[in-house]
Design a protein around this ligand. Sequence first.
Ligand code: GDP
Ligand code: MG
Length: 334
Amino acid sequence: MEKADVDEMIDLTVRRGIEYSFNRFDDSHKAPGSFMKMGKNNDPQEGSSQVRINWFPGHMAKAMRDVRLKISKVDLVLEIRDARIPLASGNPALEKLLHQKLHLIVFNKANLADKANIRLWQSWFARRKEQVLFLDAFDMKSIKSLSKMAHAVTQQKWQKFISKGIHPPPLRMMLLGIPNTGKSTIINRLTKRKAANTGDRPGVTRAQEWIVLGKDMELLDTPGIMPPRIETEQEGLWLCAIHAIKDQIIGEEKVAAFVVDHLQKAATPEFFQRYQLDNSEIRESQELLLRIGAKLNFKEKGGGVDYVKTCSQVLHDFRLGLLGACSFEKPPDD
Ligand SMILES: Nc1nc2c(ncn2[C@@H]2O[C@H](COP(=O)(O)OP(=O)(O)O)[C@@H](O)[C@H]2O)c(=O)[nH]1
Ligand SMILES: [Mg+2]
């Protein structure tokens, strides 16, 4: 599309009252924190002045009960988090459920995270003597290192048996984590299955619970789902961007604005290339979105930019990794 056409489309939108979208934007700012603050135990905090939406619905409480039950059956818990938000994709409530269980943290979607940022996190965890793994679930080498790590933990755990020449029982493990971190994908890759959870519907009797992995390991066939922890608006935006929580909780337009602003400031080349944007100046996120909508030729009836459709397309592209690798969370200062 010609530059003049893009400008005209934006002009039209502005004249026809993009305020409609912008105002909605501002309103969501005025209603402070459109998500609920969670306490340490993931209980809603009382006395907060925030407008609450019920983002911790009943099925989440049920999920926690399910997680507790599953943990009680295993020796090793593999917690799957998102490499782009290593701490914010965890949940402190897990500690309580773990008791003395072996616990490994895996940061998946490392292929979507910024490489330099991953290195910062690796040294941060190394300084804490925490064993962690950054993983790309689609990369078989990555999956092999995960198997190896689990295997090493097995050996350690059964040292007592092994040193006495007794064949140890199989080590039982499970995956858990907040939604959309790639748990089902990893289970499928580890077990070389085509689809996870196919029989996992109410009323369907499930014959299989344990999947045998090699000689000495067994994996629970369905993952535990942890509710995400949202303590700040920032974390809410991150969790929405990686799609661990639904867009409606924060609002698609707000999340899209946050994402484009982040990609612009991080100067992610794929982002500018995909939407043919010039990166000569920092733009307001709404203006950026309007430009993107115009470039994509997303028109409303009157000829202006379809802002809502644009936001949803940007989030779609971002989540597929089409806008380049990026990380949101930096390691805290030591
Ligand atoms: N780029 C990328 N995408 C992944 C990776 N692992 C999973 N995904 C994608 O993330 C989405 C959610 O994965 P899924 O396994 O269903 O997550 P779950 O909700 O934790 O079970 C799917 O579209 C996967 O294809 C990864 O390592 N890299
Ligand atoms: Mg799943």
